[in-house]
Design a protein around this ligand. Sequence first.
Ligand code: 2BA
Length: 115
Amino acid sequence: MKLIYAIVERDNAERVTDALNSKGYQATMISSTGGFLKKGNSTLMTCTEDEKLPEVVKIIKAVCGERISVDVDVPYNAMSHGMQPAPVWGGGIRQTIQVGGAVIIAVEACFYEKI
Ligand code: 2BA
């Protein structure tokens, strides 16, 4: 069994879980916050058989689409080692990052039972 975590944009969470449910997969939605942007996202959990992982990834991808580049202001330069701080007088350091799509992580589930 695989426990699949999918971190998705909050606006996509319901559509992803609907798509998973319609194909027979159960899912749990957890409200989460990205550690970098400190913005709300959703973490979906689905536990299913190993061989179903590719189909789950396909369903998530179909709903969430491609990643896109956006410019954001962050309080430090995350690209440089040692977290170079932004100037105190500024609103942060402008960086181009990739957002959208989904971040999918799968781990082995050693136990799954409904009692
Ligand atoms: P955040 O941590 O808020 O990150 C939002 C986006 O900022 C990331 O998008 C990435 O493009 C960029 N980013 C994050 N950390 C960065 C850094 N140190 N330097 C430069 N850019 C950085 P995604 O990669 O699509 O990630 C979306 C969300 O998925 C993340 O939100 C975080 O909540 C989660 N996530 C991503 N990778 C993860 C991982 N390896 N482990 C746990 N959670 C992860």
